[in-house]
Design a protein around this ligand. Structure first.
Ligand code: USQ
Length: 510
């Protein structure tokens, strides 16, 4: 049984809401409109099958000839998907994956990421082709046509024109500056991050409302929106579950369905929180539909599609601004730098291999929310402590690649709790969307070593060595971080709290 076979036209972005109420223009809340729907019924028109006229939205994905069965569930045939930020680490990888699955992929990018990494004096250590070569190679290797426009998402006129031309049935929004340290450099970088991310997203929401309001919006949020609450209260998937209750002065109030608290840990993470509210409101005001994807820290280099040819590879950054921790540790091990664990190294985060992240996104594309529905998924496969990750990278590096790897604890330049409980709920992707983690951490780390140890890549890595050590402090200072201790892997025990991940109702969370 496929996870989405019983969904109906009600969830389908090809269905135009018609019938008795002008849903988007009537200025009524969803609750009021839902009453009207149950009293008066609702009709739709199918943009794919206009010959059906107006009908009740009851055809299931399994029954509908426009939905095709794939290994990730039913997928709308030749679904028109626009990726904002298609040149990035995730954007390019997803473009290839879904194009191969038969989606009609278009995308925009203004090369902000390439330029911001260059500003740091760094570059992708895995060589990446320019967009023209990428598109040509994608055609040659995978037989897919991806349409690209060089465009800044803040340029609303140009973007509007492109959206009108494409009429996307899904919009994947990766078009944001993704770095916490970058946003903490100084006022200019903080403002650039929030301007690009928050105002960019707000503008995109207005355009989707105007041009393609049925589109499934996959908005990339971050697990970092929630912070790491010291009380250890559960991190739910964006919204409180129906049975959540607030007790105050001896009285109980239901919290069910309300947004959970956010406690971001950088001006970058704040931009994602602001986006959350804007997307949430847009769904409420205009009946847009969205998944806010609270993604953990991504690592890795591999998908079948990017590995097919050197010109299809996706970028890999290891500098202190844009490198994420596992990618950085592998690079450090290759460079012979002791792995830089910030503070005590007891920080717990959610992690996800690139390959798994892509599968999750396909599953979200295959299962659009209902019109007006703002939904949230916590997208991660496992929780780890930073110190534990350093041990694993060191182990794979020494056992499988003969490297001598040491670990160093350095002063933590960030303001973050380094000892904290972390109880994370990540059920929806697994229980409702059929996702099972595929790529074990060690396997992906091994692949990264293999790639980074290739002479050409290793040479590039050497050339960015100076950008690896952290110098950006949350205090606004720019100075070296002091090494607190250097130690041999296997000599430190983990202390403090244990990570706690709830992935199903049977996990003792009831
Ligand atoms: N860390 C180290 N040593 C390093 C680098 C990082 O100990 O050399 C620690 C950090 O202090 C932090 C943890 O590793 O506690 C993760 O840091 P990171 O730089 O890998 O990730 P982060 O800044 O949290 O941001 C990354 C992505 C961001 C995404 C986020 C998901 O850059 O776009 O939103 O991961 S999450 O962390 O779940 O919020």
């Amino acid at each position: 049984m496929q996870h989405n076979e019983e969904k109906t036209c009600w969830n389908c972005p090809a269905a135009l809401l018609k019938g008795n109420v002008d849903f988007r223009a009537c200025g009524q809340s969803i609750a009021v409109i839902q009453n009207k729907i149950s009293e008066e019924g609702l009709l739709i028109e199918c943009t794919r099958r206009p010959e059906l006229g107006m009908f009740e939205p009851s055809i299931t994905f399994e029954q509908c000839p426009e939905w095709r069965e794939t290994q990730y569930g039913y997928l709308l045939k030749e679904m028109r998907v626009m990726i904002l930020g298609i040149d990035g680490y995730l954007g390019w990888t997803l473009a290839l994956k879904i194009a191969k699955l038969g989606c009609r992929v278009s995308g925009i990018d203004n090369y902000l990421r390439r330029n911001a990494v260059a500003e740091k004096g760094s570059k992708s250590v895995v060589p990446i082709a320019d967009m023209e070569t990428r598109l040509k190679t994608a055609k040659e290797q995978h037989g897919v046509d991806i349409d690209f426009r060089e465009l800044d998402l803040l340029d609303r006129d140009e973007l509007a024109e492109y959206l009108r031309e494409v009429q996307p049935e899904a919009v994947v929004h990766y078009g944001e500056i993704p770095s916490a340290p970058y946003s903490m450099v100084d006022a200019e970088h903080a403002i650039r991050t929030q301007h690009n991310n928050t105002l960019g997203t707000l503008g995109v929401l207005f355009l989707i409302k105007e041009i393609c309001p049925e589109a499934n919006i996959l908005k990339l949020g971050t697990m970092g929106e929630y912070g790491t609450p010291l009380t250890g209260r559960p991190i739910f998937e964006g919204l409180f579950p129906a049975d959540a209750v607030l007790t105050w002065r001896g009285q109980e109030w239901s919290m069910g369905g309300e947004l959970t608290p956010r406690d971001p840990a950088s001006f970058y993470h704040v931009s994602k929180v602001q986006d959350t509210f804007n997307v949430y409101e847009a769904c409420k005001y205009w009946w847009l539909r969205s998944y806010d994807v609270m993604q953990g820290v991504i690592f890795g280099v591999h998908t079948e599609e990017v590995a097919a040819h050197p010109d299809l590879r996706t970028r890999l950054d290891v500098d202190e601004w844009f490198g994420t921790v596992i990618n950085r540790f592998v690079a450090q091990a290759v460079l012979g730098i002791p792995l830089t664990v910030y503070g005590s190294g007891e920080q717990i985060r959610g992690y996800l291999a690139l390959e798994d992240a892509m599968e999750c996104m396909v599953r979200l594309l295959s299962s659009p929310p209902e019109p007006g529905q703002y939904d949230v998924v916590n997208q991660l496969s496992q929780l780890y402590k930073v110190k534990e990750l350093a041990e694993i990278v060191a182990r794979v590096g020494s056992r499988r690649h003969g490297l001598t790897v040491r670990i160093q604890r350095v002063e933590n330049p960030r303001i973050e709790a380094d000892e904290h409980p972390f109880l994370v709920v990540a059920k929806k992707l697994r229980e409702n969307l059929g996702y099972q983690p595929k790529t074990p951490l060690e396997v992906e780390i091994d692949r990264m070593f293999t790639l980074l140890l290739q002479p050409r890549v290793r040479g590039r890595l050497e050339s960015v060595r100076d950008t690896v050590f952290p110098k950006t402090w949350w205090s606004g200072e720019h100075k070296e971080t002091m090494t607190l201790e250097v130690y041999e892997p296997g000599t430190h025990v983990m202390a403090g709290y244990s990570p706690d991940l709830v992935v199903s109702d049977h996990d003792g969370d009831e």
